[in-house]
Design a protein around this ligand. Sequence first.
Ligand SMILES: Nc1ncnc2c1ncn2[C@@H]1O[C@H](COP(=O)(O)OP(=O)(O)OP(=O)(O)O)[C@@H](O)[C@H]1O
Ligand SMILES: O=c1[nH]c(=O)c2[nH+]cn([C@@H]3O[C@H](COP(=O)(O)O)[C@@H](O)[C@H]3O)c2[nH]1
Ligand SMILES: NC(=O)CC[C@H](N)C(=O)O
Ligand SMILES: [Mg+2]
Length: 526
Amino acid sequence: MHSKILILDFGSQVTQLIARRVRDAGVFSEVFPYDVSDEFVRNYGASGIILSGGPNSVTDGDTPRAPQAVFELGVPVFGICYGMQTMAEQLGGKVEMGKVREFGYAEVRARGHSALLEGISDFVTPESHAMLKVWMSHGDKVDHMPPGFKLMASTPNCPIAGMADDERRFYAVQFHPEVTHTLKGEAILSRFVIDICGCKPDWNMPDYIAEAVESIRQQVGSDEVILGLSGGVDSSVAAALIHHAIGDQLTCVFVDHGLLRLDEGKMVMEMFAQNLGVKVIHVDATAQFMGHLAGVTDPEAKRKIIGREFVEVFQVESAKLQNAKWLAQGTIYPDVIESAGKGKNAAHTIKSHHNVGGLPETLNLKLLEPLRELFKDEVRKLGVALGLPHAMVYRHPFPGPGLGVRILGEVKKEFADLLRRADAIFIEELRNTKDDNDESWYDKTSQAFAVFLPVKSVGVMGDGRTYEYVVALRAVQTQDFMTAHWAHLPHELLGRVSNRIINEVRGINRVVYDISGKPPATIEWE
Ligand SMILES: Nc1ncnc2c1ncn2[C@@H]1O[C@H](COP(=O)(O)OP(=O)(O)OP(=O)(O)O)[C@@H](O)[C@H]1O
Ligand SMILES: O=c1[nH]c(=O)c2[nH+]cn([C@@H]3O[C@H](COP(=O)(O)O)[C@@H](O)[C@H]3O)c2[nH]1
Ligand SMILES: NC(=O)CC[C@H](N)C(=O)O
Ligand SMILES: [Mg+2]
């Protein structure tokens, strides 16, 4: 058993980052909603508990509180922002509604000595005060500490910016150690989980593989498993892991809907069937998908059709197997957190359209989701540890509906063929730019692709008039795909891509670059 940290979520935008930082310290941690039961808290087996920030005010009557068991269990507790405020309130202190809101950078004086902040500082003032550079985002503040606590940190605006009860091992700060703007944030969280909670830093990939393999074998027994393989990161890593565990009991279904990237089918079959010896059924469903999409222009209608046809293919293929009892999916931890309720957002809703999650009961398969606990970058590390090539594991994500949402309006084979070639040129040129650190613009962007615009414009090529289609290039940088910046690609690079597309892809005579952020735009155009 790993030691683990329980994070209770009060609805902060950055709760996931707490789990990230704790795992960076080598300790397993999971996020649960703040309103889990006392019994859950007692039985979870946490070595320590962290209470996150949140949008509410504890000064309002009916606002979230931590289960009382949190403070009765005898394990260390760390309250962050709202977590500090509710801790103060629940243990007999007092919180008041702030007159000034404090957002962004602040310098905090570390006062007295507490096991949490001892020896951690960014600079020391001429008066020998140890100072921390932190990020704040709050309106309320703790006015009176509960009995047993001493002052651990303060700012001019917020005299009680940190409090500690070393005896009970309760700590709380008003600032956010989980964001990178708090320079010593990682050191503070690591101090809490390793030194104060006494966790061993034992969360690492080789151990994880051994455990995951064992648990997949136990779950599945001698049943067969089918998995929708897209060639994307998550399903590829899930396939490699499950294959590692149960070999030939796994059958992957790779659906070619005619809306894949150039040579994708070939690449997936070579990688999985030939190199890794995984059973992969390659279903060429181009005619089926294209047939149903003909004449349809509405983006939502297109997504629904594609989702429905995916299920249709899975249904047909699973019925052909002898003993298929499980459907494996590459669900990862952010998917789980997002669908847990509060964090609902557009990205999630959009994703759920094509996801195999909405399978009909008649399919009668149980779900196998071995990546449920992992963040994307952990999934990537796992992929590398399982022997998948770096280039596959570090690919940009590709949406299930594929080029279907990158061809605006009606999807036609002719458009998909043009777009595939333009997209391949863009990606090739991005990969060809290596800087001094051997990083290309492909590595420096989170997602990049071409979009087909079904409008024609006039051009002149070789002294002749052209009247052809437009391609838009999109490249974004993002951590979580919920918000994104457009990438400031060098002009020469954009120029090269534009020239090549117009010269090499007959049918395209104009290339534009998308400079919209998300929000207000989304990453995909449909
Ligand atoms: N062409 C396809 N054939 C079979 N299954 C697919 C296909 N496209 C998508 N899927 C299924 O839908 C799931 C969700 O797709 P999603 O794009 O979110 O993940 P991914 O493709 O595994 O990884 P990535 O985020 O890197 O693209 C996949 O894990 C896969 O099971
Ligand atoms: O598997 C998927 N099925 C979908 O239906 C889907 N729609 C969008 N995306 C991907 O989600 C991220 C955010 O996209 P948007 O900004 O366009 O909502 C981006 O990474 C998109 O590529 C999808 N992925
Ligand atoms: N970021 C937070 O947790 C904010 C807590 C509380 N809503 C406040 O404004 O003080
Ligand atoms: Mg994908």
